[in-house]
Design a binder for this molecule. Structure first.
Ligand code: SF4
Length: 131
């Protein structure tokens, strides 16, 4: 494999995709940070086929997922972590899916305490995380 990569694969990517700006949850728009389907494949683009272009999502004003995603804070440093925001009541994208940083942090810290969820009056995850 040449250091410059696989020429056939690179040619295919350039044919199918075009670099574009993209708004990232919790971060905002980053220029040239994403790909979209190229004009040649525009008919397969969901943004073209369906009326999804005007859908805008807004995260909770207390959510700090952008800072979590950038490594500026750890999930438990968010005031909502483990209280207002849990995997059952997510306020931000990073708590929604199991592989999200906040959800993973929440679940792994909970698992550090084997009986934490089973005990009556178990500590909130935030307190467990600091233990
Ligand atoms: S704990 Fe919840 S509210 Fe806080 S940053 Fe993570 S997803 Fe957002």
């Amino acid at each position: 494999m040449p250091a410059a990569g696989n020429p056939a694969a690179i040619a295919m990517l350039r044919d199918v995709f075009t670099v574009t700006d993209r708004a990232w949850r919790g971060i905002g728009v980053i220029s040239n940070s994403a790909w979209r389907l190229s004009d040649a494949y525009r008919e397969f683009d969901a943004e073209t086929r369906f009326a999804v272009g005007d859908i805008h999502t807004a995260e909770s004003s207390v959510c700090r997922s952008g800072e979590v995603l950038q490594g500026l804070i750890k999930p438990h440093e968010c005031a909502a972590f483990g209280h207002r925001c849990t995997p059952r009541t997510p306020l931000g994208a990073t708590m929604v899916s199991a592989e999200g940083a906040c959800a993973a942090y929440y679940l792994c810290r909970r698992l550090d305490q084997p009986n934490a969820t089973a005990q009556a009056g178990a500590q909130p995850a935030r307190e467990v995380a600091r233990a």
